[in-house]
Design a protein around this ligand. Structure first.
Ligand SMILES: O=C(O)CCC(=O)C(=O)O
Ligand SMILES: [Fe+2]
Length: 287
């Protein structure tokens, strides 16, 4: 079902976009569910978004998002047979595991950023410097682990809170026995590009989106995941990624699902068992 070009893009850059893979009759009810909750909790009114005004309001919003996330039955309807078929095709027909969290709901309020809490955000969008991470450790024993699916529940425009990925970074450090997300980053800081991406210097950061750079002779580029409801990105689970600020007046609503190959997942879990807490946290997607 994927065209040879789509396969090649996925192999080369570690991600491929499939437009309108999920039909409106699947996505629309999910968006309605979310909006209904936001309205009921008074975060959405006739003029759109009603931002929390104090710490209490922020807490209520967090609770509301958790409440929405708990509707696993409704959210997981997004994992249609077509989505699963595409994922299997990307792992050469092998079996995939839908690893926890199931149909993870990703939300960023309008005009906000995850760093809001420390008062550091100035309202401007930039290619993020921090929170770059991996959802799983690097290990030669796992081989190519398979994709994570990202889809849009409502329209996500550029600078609207979409996930940022470092395309091409799946080619890096594949010969290591074992490296945690933190240690992968530590190793990559030997390279100028990665030091600049994650550094504090004041410079024009749009170049990371516009130009192909290189780390250890591997071409890399930052890609912002944007799209319409029902568009899907399959992203190699080895790609570094980070969170984007939402400068728009619409809530950023996406759903993510990790879909590792069954064999890779087993190897991963066996390693988690052996390595204890740090790895367990990482596999749960803590940054
Ligand atoms: O919210 C996002 O855009 C990305 C979230 C993420 O990377 C994670 O939960 O591991
Ligand atoms: Fe992640």
């Amino acid at each position: 079902m994927l065209t040879p070009n789509e396969h090649q893009t996925y192999t080369e850059w570690g991600l491929v976009q499939i437009k309108a893979l999920i039909p409106p009759q699947v996505v629309d009810p999910i968006r309605e569910l979310v909006m209904e909750r936001l309205r009921r909790r008074e975060f959405w009114g006739s003029e759109g978004w009603i931002a929390p005004t104090d710490a209490d309001g922020q807490k209520r919003l967090n609770t509301t998002i958790k409440e929405i996330s708990r509707n696993t039955k409704s959210l997981r309807s997004i994992l249609t047979d077509r989505v699963l078929d595409y994922a299997r095709e990307l792992v050469s027909g092998d079996e995939i595991e839908l690893s926890s969290p199931i149909a993870q709901f990703l939300f960023t309020a309008p005009r906000s950023y995850v760093m809001n809490h420390d008062g550091q955000w100035d309202g401007e969008w930039e290619v993020p410097r921090s929170i770059w991470h991996l959802d799983m450790p690097r290990s030669a024993a796992m081989g190519a682990p398979g994709p994570e699916m990202f889809t849009f529940v409502n329209k996500v425009e550029p600078k609207g809170g979409g996930t940022l990925v470092l395309a091409g970074s799946h080619h890096l450090l594949n010969d290591v026995e074992y490296l945690s997300s933190k240690n992968v980053k530590r190793r990559l800081k030997r390279h100028t590009y990665f030091r600049e991406l994650t550094g504090k210097g004041v410079d024009d950061r749009s170049r990371f989106l516009e130009e192909v750079g290189n780390i250890d002779n591997v071409p890399v580029k930052v890609v912002e995941l944007t799209g319409d409801p029902g568009d899907v990105y399959f992203v190699d689970l080895r790609l570094l990624h980070s969170l984007g600020a939402n400068t728009s007046d619409q809530p950023r609503m996406m759903i993510a699902q990790r879909m590792p190959k069954k064999e890779a997942f087993k190897t991963w879990m066996a390693m988690v068992g052996g390595k204890g807490r740090e790895v367990t946290q990482e596999s749960e997607g803590k940054f």
